[in-house]
Ligand binder design. Structure first.
Ligand code: FE
Length: 339
């Protein structure tokens, strides 16, 4: 496996611009190039197994999701990218909206990946699930008092809530799921209620907000569960408890990481083979465990740490709605004063 970082590539490109008209060697038939915002260490072991099994080489170009997506759109037919892989259905929806994907009609993918976790036109597929739920301080909160995301807006939690900024797509997607379930007006009231209940200004990351709950500066937050798993692993989550939200109604908000076939790929067969392989039992287990996420395919063994949290009912919203309702979510966050 070959890993490039976008900045490195630009640097090398600058050095070689007089020597060569192209920064990458032309991909041969046995090579798939992935442009990805995922950290290379989360996928490299997995891709090595793919290469061992198929003799198809994989090259990763890692970087920021927006920049990579933009870059593929600008490079067009000249792009080296065969696959774009990223996190959050909101981002994948945007990539599809920019027209960088080709739909993949695959028996394997449509039978393996549950329908709600992929694009309805098969432009992208979710390969892992990311649950975003309530985490509370065991010192301050009785989990008996917890129920839903919406209930975090009630007076009971005044001055107790801390949240990551709404600029992060994860929260926009969460708000989008509430718009789908409850409508615009009620969602606006809920988000306003959250803002009223804030104990501190919004945080820059899920990890920082968890640390604030652990330290006792806040009593409650909403985060992606793998961030909690990381803190547990480093023994810095002594006071933190996890609560599965909305179990009496639609279920916990679940987002995805996923990928699609780039429209201008010149190695579509091997690229589709890789996408299909990502839905296999072996790949699903490795892929989900690497970042302590949940596999998209049912019945795959979980990382022991997240297995211990038990089962939960997930919101079965069609995940591309998290993209199509993204601009409404941004509007509501602004209206509610959620920075
Ligand atoms: Fe994350």
């Amino acid at each position: 496996i070959i890993i490039w970082n976008e900045c490195m590539k630009n640097y090398i490109l600058a050095l070689t611009i007089f020597l060569s008209s192209c920064s990458f060697e032309q991909a041969n038939n046995d090579e798939v190039v992935i442009y990805t915002s995922r950290q290379p260490q989360l996928i490299e072991n997995l891709l090595n197994v793919f290469t061992e099994e198929t003799e198809i080489q994989v090259t990763i170009l890692s970087g920021d999701a927006q920049q990579l997506m933009e870059r593929i759109a600008v490079e067009g037919v000249d792009t080296d990218a065969d696959i774009f892989m990223t996190v959050d259905a909101g981002v994948l929806w945007q990539a599809a909206d920019k027209g960088i994907f080709d739909p993949v009609e695959s028996e394997v993918l449509s039978s393996r990946i549950p329908q709600h976790l992929r694009d309805l036109d098969n432009q992208w597929f979710g390969f892992s699930k990311r649950a975003r739920t309530i985490v509370y301080s065991k010192k301050d909160i009785d989990p008996e008092d917890l129920s839903t995301y919406e209930a975090l807006a009630t007076e009971q939690f005044e001055n107790k809530l801390c949240l990551r900024t709404s600029k992060k797509v994860y929260n926009r997607s969460l708000i989008a799921s509430m718009i789908e379930a409850n409508g615009l007006e009620r969602t606006k009231r809920v988000v306003k209620g959250w803002v009223n209940n804030l104990a501190e200004p919004v945080f820059s990351s899920d990890t920082n907000v968890l640390k604030a709950v652990e330290a006792g500066n806040c009593s409650l937050t909403v985060v992606n569960t793998y961030y909690l798993a990381r803190l547990i692993e480093s023994n810095s989550a002594e006071n933190l408890g996890i609560f599965w939200a909305n179990q009496e109604d639609r279920g916990v908000h679940v987002n995805i990481s996923g990928a699609g076939l780039v429209k201008w790929s010149n190695n579509k067969n091997s690229s589709i083979q890789l996408l299909e392989w990502l839905s296999s039992d072996t790949a699903q287990e490795m892929y989900a465990k690497a970042n302590k996420e949940y596999p998209s395919v049912d019945g795959i063994p979980l990382h022991p740490l997240i297995e211990a949290w038990g089962d939960f009912q997930e919101d079965l919203i069609q995940v591309d709605k998290l993209g199509s309702k993204q601009s409404d979510a941004v509007f509501i966050a602004q209206e509610a004063g959620y920075n």
